[in-house]
Structures are given as structure tokens and as C-alpha cells.
Design a protein around this ligand. Structure first.
Ligand SMILES: Cc1cc2ncn([C@H]3O[C@H](COP(=O)(O)O)[C@@H](O)[C@H]3O)c2cc1C
Ligand SMILES: O=C(O)c1cccnc1
Length: 350
């Protein structure tokens, strides 16, 4: 049931594409926005009007045992401090959510020390941070399964409460190490392609990070996605994967943020290939493996701003583009409406 995602019905593709092609512009001239409008029209199952009423950003937070080696610029305590910053409204993700009319909530998926209840904090911790994956599995298979179910549940709950675009972000010091190991383990990409500098680590830290990940990948482990998640995952990564599956199970679009959320998306697509059609990729950022994971997913990102922050910042920044795709699809005049001569190919009027 967890992995049962309804296939996207694509029977209206030609009709939707024709509506896009009959707008007063050369065919294809709105580039990626045309692909986005087509995808949204298929998901909303509507040849008439598209809508976006309630975008919600869920930031999943979790800590990582691997950071005992110092693979990030920050100590793990910063994860919890940033969660408090999100709850107080002071992080970049809050700023971009406010400026783009996005609701925001934070999920404690497994930070080092739990916080008291607070408005906007969803408590569904899988534990006080993962085990160090360079020494052994990051978590148990039972934790992977519980995390997928919790992520699925919270995403479905948001959607049943009216969310019609789910934005996903993360906070977890050292989670670029976990995401890089997951990417290398889940694909046949060389580890060097997957590992980057995350928060901006030094050459020495980078060499250590690469070595630890290489070593971890050398131990024997089962290659199915659930086992890969147990070996190298993070509690926020597992719940993100579940949230993607949960939103797709209700056929709602999911706006994927940066490198880390994209890796969660890759694993979700390996578990349930049908979920790919519900995913929108907000941006391609500066983290080394981001381009590679997008290629694996055959994804074209909306933005390329050199971001390397996470939190859901890229997803929040892409919401105006989703709105723009909806507005041209709904409101742009057709050639017939506007009395503009339609030119189908170089110089041939119809
Ligand atoms: C103050 C601060 C705020 C952040 N917000 C997001 N991240 C980002 O950096 C972390 C991943 O990079 P690495 O693997 O190098 O630790 C994640 O927490 C990610 O969300 C932050 C990192 C810091 C230090
Ligand atoms: O792309 C990301 O999500 C990212 C990159 C670096 C650090 N934190 C997040």
C-alpha cells in the first residue's frame, strides 16, 4: 500500500498541448514553463482552469552520527538551533515562504534532542539522530519502514487539509554526506560525482568526507532501496521519501528542493516509479551531486541560482514560476481570441 501510486492519466496530453500551442506565441517559446503547465494540467486532470490555493512547505529535520568526524562546518547542535529559528520565523526559508505566500511547518524527524511542543512543530522523531554510517548501518529496517509511514501520513494529512502543492525541504547538519552515500549506493555513479562540499567545508574535511563515504560503500550491503536507506540514510531523508510517496498517492504535485530532497526523490521513484510524474524540480544548485541526481531522474529544474542552502529555499523561490505557468495557461489569449495570425512554421500562416 505504501508504494501504490496511481499512474498519471496522460490521455489528455494532446488536447492540453494544443491549448498551449494555440496561445499567442511561437510554439515552445515559454520553454520549461510550457512543460510545467502541461504537467500541472495532467495532474489536476483539468483541460479548463488550473489552480494553486495552498502551497505548504514541510521542512524535515534530523541529525547524523557521521558528523562525529567533523564532515560539516557546523556541529550537530545547529540542526536544533535552526529548527528554533524556523519556528521563530527567522531563516531564509521563512523569508521566501512569507514573500511567496507559502505556509511552513517543521517536522522533527529525528534531531539529537527533542524540543517541547510548539506551534508549527510536528513531532514524529525516529530517534536522537542516526548512527554513524561509516561504522555500520545508520538505522534499522524497522526505522526505515516507520519513517516512510510517518512521512506519508504527514503529507497526506496536509493534502487532506487543503494543501494543493507540497514543497519539501530539510535541515540536518551532515546530511549532504548521507545524501551523497545514498546517491552512490542507489546508482552506479562514481562516488566522486556524488560528494560535494555541503556547507562549504575545507579541503581536509572534504578529503575526510570522501574517504569515509568510500569506506562505507565498500562494506557488503543489500542494494534494494529500503536497505540502502537503512545503511546510509537519515531520519529526515527517510521521512522525505515517505512524504513524496504520500503526496503522489493522492495525486498532488510535489515541489522538490535541493540536492538532499532530490536524493530522497530518487529513492521514492525507485520504490514507486509512478511517483515521478507528480514531481517538479525547483532548482539545480551548486552541490556537486545535484546535477547528477537530476540527470538520473531525467529532470529539468526550473531555476539555476547557484543555491546550496537547502531548507526548502529553492522550492519556495520556484513558487512564483508555478503561479506563472498557471496564469499563462488559464489567461493567455489564443490566436483566435486575439485575432493574431498563427504562424506554424517559418513564415507559413494558417
Ligand atoms: C547555519 C546553517 C543553516 C542551514 N540551513 C540549511 N543548511 C544546510 O546545511 C546542511 C547540509 O550541509 P552539510 O552536510 O555540510 O552539513 C543541512 O542542514 C542543510 O539543510 C544549513 C547549514 C548551516 C550551518
Ligand atoms: O542542495 C542542497 O539541498 C544543499 C546543498 C548544500 C548544503 N545544504 C543543502
Amino acid at each position: 500500500m505504501l508504494f501504490e501510486i496511481p499512474a498519471l492519466d496522460k490521455t489528455a496530453t494532446a488536447a492540453i498541448q494544443q491549448r498551449i500551442d494555440l496561445k499567442t506565441k511561437p510554439a515552445g517559446a515559454l520553454g520549461v514553463l510550457e512543460m510545467l503547465a502541461l504537467q500541472l494540467a495532467l495532474i489536476q486532470n483539468s483541460e479548463a482552469h488550473l489552480s494553486l490555493n495552498k502551497p505548504v512547505l514541510l521542512i524535515f529535520a534530523g541529525d547524523h552520527g557521521i558528523n562525529a568526524h567533523g564532515v560539516s562546518i557546523a556541529p550537530s547542535a545547529v540542526t536544533q538551533q535552526m529548527v528554533l529559528n524556523f519556528l521563530a520565523g527567522g531563516a531564509a526559508a521563512n523569508c521566501f515562504s512569507r514573500s511567496n505566500g507559502i505556509e511552513l511547518a517543521v517536522v522533527d524527524a529525528g534531531i539529537l534532542s527533542a524540543l517541547p511542543d510548539a506551534a508549527g512543530l510536528i513531532q514524529q522523531s525516529l530517534g536522537c539522530g542516526t548512527a554513524d554510517f561509516s561504522q555500520g548501518p545508520a538505522m534499522t529496517l524497522a526505522q526505515v519502514e516507520a519513517g516512510l509511514a510517518l512521512g506519508r501520513h504527514i503529507a497526506r494529512q496536509q493534502i487532506l487539509a487543503g494543501c494543493d502543492l507540497l514543497l519539501l525541504g530539510e535541515m540536518g547538519i551532515a546530511n549532504t554526506s548521507s545524501a551523497a552515500a545514498l546517491l552512490a549506493a542507489a546508482t552506479d555513479l562514481p562516488v566522486e560525482t556524488c560528494v560535494g562540499r555541503g556547507t562549504g567545508i575545507s579541503d581536509a574535511q572534504f578529503a575526510l568526507k570522501l574517504n569515509l563515504i568510500k569506506q562505507a560503500l565498500q562494506r557488503p550491503y543489500a542494494k534494494d532501496p529500503l536497505s540502502v536507506l537503512a545503511e546510509f540514510g537519515g531520519f529526515e531523508l527517510v521521512q522525505l521519501c515517505g512524504a513524496i510517496l504520500g503526496a503522489a498517492s493522492l495525486q498532488k504535485p510535489v515541489l522538490i528542493d535541493g540536492f538532499i530532497v532530490s536524493v530522497a526523490a530518487l529513492l521514492a521513484c525507485q520504490l514507486a516509479p509512478n511517483c515521478r510524474d507528480y514531481l517538479i524540480f525547483a532548482h539545480q544548485g551548486a552541490e556537486a551531486g545535484h546535477k547528477a541526481v537530476l540527470q538520473q531522474l531525467n529532470a529539468t529544474a526550473l531555476l539555476d541560482l547557484g543555491l546550496r542552502l537547502g531548507e526548502g529555499t529553492g522550492a519556495a523561490l520556484a513558487v512564483p514560476l508555478v503561479r506563472a505557468a498557471i496564469s499563462f495557461y488559464n489567461d493567455m489569449a489564443s490566436f483566435a481570441d486575439a485575432g493574431v495570425t498563427q504562424v506554424v512554421e517559418a513564415g507559413v500562416a494558417t
